[in-house]
Design a protein around this ligand. Structure first.
Ligand SMILES: [Zn+2]
Length: 341
């Protein structure tokens, strides 16, 4: 434990010495938190203004996929909104996959259900907790005494698109006066193809992914850290997104400000102390884990395995034994329409 604290203190010092916290947005205040630029109805991504472009859609500064209902970006036009949704956010959703369900992230229609692609199991959140439906030949769910391991397969996604989705959120929350430093980054985000690019952002395209066990340990929160002085050989802008059981940290590409880094070569990617760490949240559900994920790949990744361990206090197993699942659910007072077909 002592060793851990020293390591945490080292990281805290690194960020205090090198960075200013530009913002921290915390979700669940119960009202809209709007990010508004100086000029109304000018898009911060394409620079176009009304009436050339419209601002009818509600643009989320952080993806709704992670449970955001409050952070809204006024200065994102409908065209950019649709583009980012199709090009980036879809992939982000596929990457998160089963994690969104088991982290109990509220989407547009409540906590998303998950149905495995093999069709042999599904999981739904109900009024009585999780309901897992499995076929007799199901191998995707490992049952243990007080936990289960789910072996899922991610839908096809492109790693660079997932990374770009995080960059887009980081730029949505960035104080507007810093946007001119990110013209290349915006142009890169808006490229039609991930495969053919004018820009090489490979040095940046990594993320620190953390998993914090337990029932929804983290509220949705986004923080931005901007380098204090340009003479420091650290990345200009780092972004941290925390929600449910996960946190994602990225270095946001900033070619204009990171010239020095290119000369220095190898750059340390130091983990921002997470809210769970700085609050010294003790988890009875086990230690958090963190890994560096390479997001440089532009091609699609197919059939990637994704395991999730879910621990529980109490579980009940029902074999149909001639009874219909409808009868079992009714008997238990569980409200669930969806069935494994
Ligand atoms: Zn736009």
């Amino acid at each position: 434990m002592e060793k851990d604290l020293t390591e945490l203190a080292r990281r805290m010092k690194y960020f205090m010495d090198n960075y200013d916290c530009a913002y921290t947005y915390v979700h669940n205040v119960g009202e809209t938190q709007a990010i508004v630029d100086y000029q109304d109805k000018v898009c911060r991504f394409c620079g176009k203004r009304y009436p050339e472009v419209k601002f009818r859609k509600k643009a989320h500064a952080i993806s709704e996929l992670v449970g955001n209902k409050e952070f809204v970006l006024r200065n994102e036009c409908d065209e950019c909104n649709i583009f980012f949704g199709h090009k980036l956010e879809d992939d982000f959703g596929k990457y998160l996959g089963l994690g969104r369900t088991l982290s109990q992230i509220f989407g547009k229609e409540g906590i998303p259900s998950y149905k495995d692609r093999s069709g042999s199991w599904r999981i739904d959140w109900t009024n009585k907790g999780w309901v897992i439906q499995m076929k007799p030949d199901c191998t995707g769910v490992e049952q243990h005494e007080d936990y289960m391991i789910f072996h899922a397969v991610r839908d096809t996604y492109s790693p660079i698109a997932v990374y770009k989705a995080l960059v887009k959120m980081a730029l949505s929350l960035l104080p507007y006066e810093k946007m001119p430093f990110f013209l290349d980054t915006v142009a890169w985000l808006k490229e039609e193809s991930h495969l053919v690019s004018k820009y090489n952002m490979d040095n940046y395209a990594y993320m620190i992914e953390r998993f914090i066990p337990g029932p929804r340990p983290l509220e949705l929160r986004a923080s931005g850290f901007i380098r204090k002085f340009d003479s420091y050989a650290v990345p200009y802008y780092q972004f941290l997104l925390e929600f449910g059981n996960y946190s994602y940290q990225i270095m946001v590409p900033c070619k204009t400000k990171d010239g020095l880094l290119e000369k220095v070569g190898q750059v340390d990617f130091v983990q921002i102390p997470g809210t769970d760490e700085t609050a010294f949240m003790q988890s009875i559900f086990g230690e958090s884990s963190s890994k560096l994920v390479d997001m440089r790949k532009k091609e699609k990744v197919k059939n990637e395995c994704f395991d999730f361990c879910l621990s529980f206090e109490k579980s009940e197993e029902h074999n149909e034994e001639g009874r219909k699942i409808d009868e079992v659910l009714k008997e238990e007072g569980i409200e669930l329409e969806k069935r494994l077909k």
